[in-house]
Design a protein around this ligand. Sequence first.
Ligand code: ASP
Length: 594
Amino acid sequence: MRSHYCGQLNETQVDQEVALCGWVHRRRDHGGVIFLDLRDRDGIAQVVVDPDTPEAFANADRARNEFVLRIRGRIRLRPEGTQNPNMPTGMIEVLASNVEVLNTAATPPFQLDEHGKVGEETRLKHRYIDLRRPEMIDKLRLRSRITHSVRAYLESQGFLDIETPILTRATPEGARDYLVPSRTHPGEFFALPQSPQLFKQLLMVSGFDRYYQIAKCFRDEDLRADRQPEFTQIDLEASFVEESDIMSLTEDMIRQLFQDVLDVSLPAFPKMPYSEAMNRYGSDKPDLRIPLELIDVNDLMRDVDFKVFSGPAKADDGRVAALKVTGGAKLSRKEIDAYTDFVNIYGAKGLAWIKVNERAKGIEGLQSPIVKFMEGIIESLLDRVGAEDGDIIFFGADKARIVNEALGALRVKLGEDLDLYTQEWAPLWVVDFPMFEADDAGRLAALHHPFTAPSSSPEAFKADPANALSRAYDMVLNGTELGGGSIRIHDQAMQRAVFEVLGIGEEEAEEKFGFLLDALRFGAPPHGGLAFGLDRLVMLMSGAKTIREVIAFPKTQSAACLMTDAPGEVSADQLKELNIRLRQKAQQGGNGEA
Ligand code: ASP
């Protein structure tokens, strides 16, 4: 039906006869001549229809926006003065000899170039129309180029693409499971995988040596942040490897990807221990494009006559940290108040600050509600943070966790608001994570997942599991965690020991992970791997603001699909077949019994 995509036409093809298929992007009637902008996934071409081709003219005349047309015609240069150098096809137009209406279209719920006037809900409800927008097509095309580059790289390194089940047992990655009732096993449920973690480890036990998969994962989380209940990972695993093998392989893969797709050569990936990242940036995924750092001032604040500072400075789990912003003294009171509200979200009770107007004048040259308490230590404090005229210093004083979260987030916000970025791409590895984190009740949970190997010997691990470090690593780019992985436990006794620390007793371990523990007895090789979040990667590479923009059919914040109206009610018969009785009668559907 077609000889070219609309966007492929240019002035080198003048006088060629072409056949185009696409949608009417715009139609203009110019005193007897009709101009049609015809759009397909590659771009837009201008089509001119003259009245001296009456049949073509009549069809063009009845065409409306989003009608589907097939056009035959000849390419010619646009007349002088009507060329549009901003458009790839802007030098030429197609003089139509034939216009065929392949299908009509009802008036769309929004015009493509006016999508900003309707809410995201309308766009999601009619996603197939929203996806006609060139920006959306570009993003999904970029996504396809990304997966292509990744596959090509991994295949070149001997990785095999192997699928793992979607109907399976729970794989703990720290979220709630999506469950699927089994009809053939009444009262029993499958879980959708939170990741292919256990299967990829089992593939290593089988000897596949190098596995990868672009895998759908399912996590039933509260979708506060920019998350999706189903998302995609670039998942990989290899045998007989150490941390450095997986890290250099995946770093190389990402480097090549950026080169292939964006023509960007990424800078070096520094390695930073988790503890250093938390100390200097208040985050385990620091945005190194921003040249601000948290500086410890505990020692200076222990004896100041200001409890808000001296209390946390003396407490075991407390922290007092400073964040100096060069040139920040110009921030207004109102702006500082807004930052105070901002840190409140992270649990900080306030945001103390000192403006350095004229350092040479000593305390007189400073402006601050708290400086009166600091007299004895002020010079050491200013030296510590390297304060100069025109700077502002913010402080956080609380439990270390709160200070890190609050000042860490403030650091990122200031970087954004004041445009402090020093480079476009700032990758790094974060390493030496703790094995566990404790909740308020002191219960330990795996920071990565329970299959991650500790860096210590089994004896040292057992002696002090709470403080053990793990063999996990995260790749971070511009403050986003792109991927994370680890060297795994391949020894059954060690795996049992970790389950025990996590409060998973023998019986439960057997019940939930018996197959893994079993497999570890049958010659499991040392192995490790990593998974990248594909959606986030595409978002970063395309400059999109949310991951919804880089997923063809995303769900909303409340984990629903507005287009298909999923999740939906099911019939009483279906429920009966599944042996399920709803506790509450659904309001109208009548699909359950009370
Ligand atoms: N399964 C892990 C995750 O989903 C990644 C890995 O350890 O390879 O985060």
